[in-house]
Design a protein around this ligand. Structure first.
Ligand SMILES: [Zn+2]
Length: 287
């Protein structure tokens, strides 16, 4: 299956347009709200995709407000310096505007079905390369309630004194209705030296002739809007990579029941994944 068909299939399943079969039970993921039972099924579906690639997954539990939830962690161990770790994140949960209710319909195809599907393709691309450093992929939950999963996880990363190279969050990477294929890189005004990551994206896009126009947003308002925030708070380099987020090209379907695959631009998303794959491989010291 080509990458565009693969991400389309994953996103259609994650957003409830195609059924999923997990452990022999077929269901429809009309919502991935953090409070829904479907979120757990969605995680099971993602686990099965990694298992089919021969990759192990680990559910990493955390508790917020007495509620027990899990992030999903996949590790691609480094070959020469495995203690150095590059983190990549996307959030599995979705909302249609009422994150505190148990929403029955919240397709979240772009937000963040795109990042979720993208992580699977990233794993497929990287898993057989002999990367010197470790790459750890995290599917976060509770993002729409206030970055619950990523705050909990980044606290653990810091408590374990992990040797963090950088963190790259991919959240909303499939909407682009204007010409020019704009890609926003949010480095929070070089917080912790994170502008270095923005530069890597600009260089990779140019070097490999990727069909994107990168924009360094320098936009402080984006901080605390996605799962890179906890990593920034702990002093690590981190960026949020997204479609046009801060200007007039913003996705009008954001947090609505219209956040569906038919409104996504999958050729654009493939270009974004090329850039993310190139930069993550480089951060993992692939020469
Ligand atoms: Zn999001």
């Amino acid at each position: 299956m080509c990458i565009r068909d693969s991400i389309k299939d994953t996103m259609l399943k994650l957003s409830g347009e195609l059924p999923v079969t997990v452990n022999g039970v077929t269901s429809t993921l009309a919502t991935r709200n953090t409070h829904s039972k479907e979120l757990d099924i969605a995680m099971g579906f993602i686990e099965a995709q990694y298992a089919a690639m021969g990759l192990k997954t680990v559910r990493d539990p955390y508790t917020v407000r007495g509620k027990k939830l899990n992030n999903l962690v996949i590790e691609l161990p480094g070959k020469t310096n495995p203690s150095r770790v590059v983190f990549v994140g996307a959030h599995l949960d979705s909302t249609a505007g009422s994150p505190w209710g148990n929403e029955k319909v919240a397709p979240g195809a772009d937000d963040d079905g795109s990042g979720t599907a993208g992580m699977l393709e990233l794993a497929r691309a990287l898993k057989d390369l002999d990367l010197p450093f470790t790459v750890r992929l995290i599917h976060f939950t509770g993002e729409e309630q206030g970055l619950w999963g990523s705050y909990a996880y980044s606290d653990k990363v810091a408590a374990a004194k992990t040797d963090v190279v950088a963190m790259v969050e991919i959240d909303m990477i499939s909407y682009c209705a204007k010409p020019g294929n704009r890609l926003d890189i949010h480095d929070d005004i070089d917080q912790n030296g994170s502008h270095e990551l923005t530069v890597r994206f600009f260089r990779a896009i140019k070097r490999y002739g990727i069909n994107l126009t990168p924009v360094d947003t320098h936009n402080n308002a984006v901080k605390d809007r996605s799962d890179h925030a906890g990593f920034l708070d702990h002093g690590y380099k981190a960026v949020l990579v997204s479609e046009e987020f801060t200007d007039d090209g913003f996705n009008p379907n954001y947090h609505t029941v219209n956040d569906r695959v038919k409104n996504c631009n999958l050729p654009y998303m493939v270009e974004v994944l090329k850039a993310v794959t190139a930069v993550v491989a480089e951060l993992a010291d692939l020469k």
